[in-house]
Design a protein around this ligand. Structure first.
Ligand code: SAM
Length: 252
């Protein structure tokens, strides 16, 4: 039996696929992927048998995989990568040693690069929290969004299902003040849109009534939301010279 590769495929731009991911994808004639990858990875998928994994029940999908990998390896294109909000954990458990996971660029990594801001800006942000409001609501005993949003916290919000006005109101309650926020839609894809503002201004800047929440199909719109002072705070460069002093570099 051949392996099944779970290839971290990034936010959608094929240029963000790793060299390893590209090499393994090339070796597979059968690929499971869902939007937007069928389209944005079109050139890399030409001539391959392409399936949407969510067209099959879990057991039916496993049976298909066992048949398909008798002769050749099979690839799954993983949105971002496995690290956060990964839909295929059950398949990995079922396949055991025959599953191989290839790391990739998550949409949070790509967002940080687009914004040109590190999420844990020294002296400003002491912790970054990755969360989904829907996931918080669906998990019994999980804290409320308001209690996680606080000064010094960077929030990376995946799969938002809340209307923007509600999200902003809850964040304002948590932070207890206005706070910088950025909305990144369709990262690395046609129609990429980046809107930066603050909790007070973002609704007017976003100008897309009702959007910025998950779609009714259960597949969320591709929007990543980042909140926190890291977005705009001035950078304190004094640590640079302090570090050189500590390590005994000579000036000049
Ligand atoms: C099931 S999660 C997958 C996350 C993926 N593992 C990652 O780390 O990027 C899907 C969510 O990731 C975010 N996302 C994934 N691709 C995106 C993109 N191209 N642009 C903006 N957000 C994206 C959205 O919040 C979307 O609702």
């Amino acid at each position: 039996m051949k392996p099944v590769y779970f290839i971290g495929s990034g936010p959608g731009d094929p240029e963000l696929l790793t060299l390893r991911g590209a090499r393994l994808l090339q070796s597979c004639a059968t690929v499971y992927a869902f939007p937007p990858f069928g389209e944005s990875f079109g050139a890399l998928l030409a001539g391959k048998n392409l399936y949407d994994p969510f067209d099959f029940d879990f057991e039916a999908l496993l049976e298909r995989l066992q048949r398909q990998r008798q002769r050749q390896p099979v690839a799954f294109l993983v949105p971002g990568d496995q690290t956060w909000f990964f839909p295929f954990q059950g398949l990995i458990e079922a396949l055991g040693d025959d599953a191989q996971v290839i790391p990739g660029v998550s949409s949070a990594n790509a967002a940080s690069a687009i914004l040109k801001r590190t999420l844990n800006l020294s002296g400003v942000c002491s912790r970054s929290l990755i969360l989904s409001p829907r996931n918080l609501e669906e998990t019994s005993g999980a804290p409320a969004l308001e209690s996680l949003a606080a000064p010094g916290v960077t929030l990376v919000i995946y799969m938002n299902h809340l209307p923007l006005a509600d999200l902003v109101a809850r964040l304002r309650k948590g932070y207890g003040r206005d706070e910088p926020i950025a909305l990144l839609q369709q990262i690395g894809l046609p129609g990429q849109r980046v809107v930066r503002g603050t909790l007070d201004t973002i609704e007017a800047l976003w100008r897309t009534p009702g959007a910025c929440s998950g779609s009714k199909t259960g597949r969320s719109d591709l929007i990543l939301i980042l909140v926190g002072e890291f977005l705009t705070a001035a950078v304190d460069n004094s640590w640079w010279d302090l570090r050189r002093d500590r390590e005994g570099f000579e000036a000049g």
